[in-house]
Design a protein around this ligand. Structure first.
Ligand code: ZN
Ligand code: ZN
Length: 375
């Protein structure tokens, strides 16, 4: 290997190949950029889907796309205009970058998570290389400082931002009710309310932790019958795991009572719409999963529409996260680590070298969150 290149894992869509290859080492080109050594990169369903070539677009000047959007790194060099970071700092980068259009109020306001034009880019997903490599360069505005104590779990920040952004929107929507009783104690705003998480993958488990620290009575409704490791983890943090294999949605609703909030993290329409049918009065349902395109399924559309109107229900679809969600995720991760040190660790089920990319990306999905560790 020569000094100008480094190892990277990515896709070559034109050849339908997933490969470990040599990629040029990035250098600082603008004063506000920092160079970062990658410590860990999480692998998720998005990466696995890009490896099926369903989406994932290389940069304009490249026939490949370096994967990876869930990263933890250490700053090793800063440009002269960097004010918030020093070498040695641990950082988690955000994923989405703004579109170039002056007419996009969201991107011009650093809220590219709500881009209006669709011309945003995303590191490791859309037209910008990702982090599944040894080094990357990023502008400091897209980096978030991570306390050193969180080094062993900080790769979970990005998947946790899904719940953080969802919950931020739930608070906004539920201002229509008397939910925001005490803004000085936002961590307790879910007290007395019941939340349901659909799915027990990393986004679901981290979502359940977020709901619990916000005071919600929390249920996780997921397929696999008990006993299983995910159910044990969920029950160990004080949520209640219920299997959809052994408990139907209507039986589930009887057990749970009035459902104030559903946090969908399963990416399956059937079970999601089954549970939408049992959403409670004034309830909110947040969709975060992206199901693959499949043949149409029957749903009771009239019943659902009637109920949504008569019960004041709100449905939110949410994608991508803003800086505030990253900052909230870093804060909450510290809370999770104090409250559930073992459970939080066990969300990371495996750490692997870069060379294991093939089974991680193309093999059968195993464990909860698998991570590529570059040391
Ligand atoms: Zn991801
Ligand atoms: Zn935009």
């Amino acid at each position: 290997m020569n000094n100008d290149t480094m190892r990277a894992v990515g896709v070559i869509p034109s050849k339908r190949e997933v490969a470990l290859f040599q990629h040029h080492q990035p250098t600082i080109r603008r004063p506000t950029e920092a160079r970062i050594r990658t410590i860990e990169v999480g692998i998720c369903g998005t990466d696995r889907e890009i490896c099926t070539f369903a989406y994932g677009t290389p940069p304009n000047d490249s026939d490949y796309l370096v994967l990876g959007h869930e990263a933890l790194g250490e700053i090793i060099e800063v440009g002269p205009g960097v004010s918030r970071f020093r070498p040695g700092d641990l950082v988690v980068p955000t994923v989405r970058r703004p579109c170039p259009h002056e007419s996009c109020p969201s991107c011009r306001d650093a809220r590219q998570d709500f881009c209006f034009t669709g011309d945003f880019t995303e590191r490791g997903i859309k037209m910008v290389h990702g982090y599944m490599t040894e080094f990357f360069v990023e502008d400091e505005v897209h980096l978030n400082l991570v306390p050193k104590e969180l080094r062993d779990v900080a790769v979970l920040v990005e998947p946790l931002t899904v719940a953080e952004k969802a919950l931020a929107q739930v608070w906004q929507v539920q201002r229509r009710l008397n939910w925001d009783v005490d803004p000085n104690h936002p961590e307790g705003m879910g007290t007395g309310k019941t939340a349901v998480v659909l799915g027990a993958g990393p986004v679901g488990i981290l979502g359940a932790m977020t709901l619990l620290v916000n005071g919600f009575k929390t249920f996780v409704y997921s397929r696999s019958a008990e006993p299983n490791p995910k159910a044990a983890l969920v029950n160990s943090i004080g949520a209640k795991y219920i299997s959809s294999e052994t408990t139907s949605p209507s039986e589930f609703a009887k057990i749970v009572g009035n459902i104030d909030l559903v946090y969908e993290a399963v990416g399956q329409a059937k079970i999601s719409f089954d549970v939408l049918k049992v959403l409670g009065l004034n309830g909110v349902f947040v969709f975060t999963g992206i199901p693959p395109v499949k043949p149409a399924i029957p749903i009771e559309a009239d019943t659902l529409m009637r109920q949504m109107v008569l019960m004041n229900q709100a449905i939110i679809g949410t994608v991508n996260a803003d800086r505030a969600a990253f900052e909230a995720a870093i804060r909450d991760l510290a809370t999770f680590k104090k409250r559930w040190p073992q459970a939080l660790q066990s969300v990371i089920t495996g750490r692997f070298p870069l060379e294991s990319y093939r089974e991680l990306l193309l093999g059968k999905a195993t464990g909860i969150k698998n991570v590529i560790s570059l040391g």
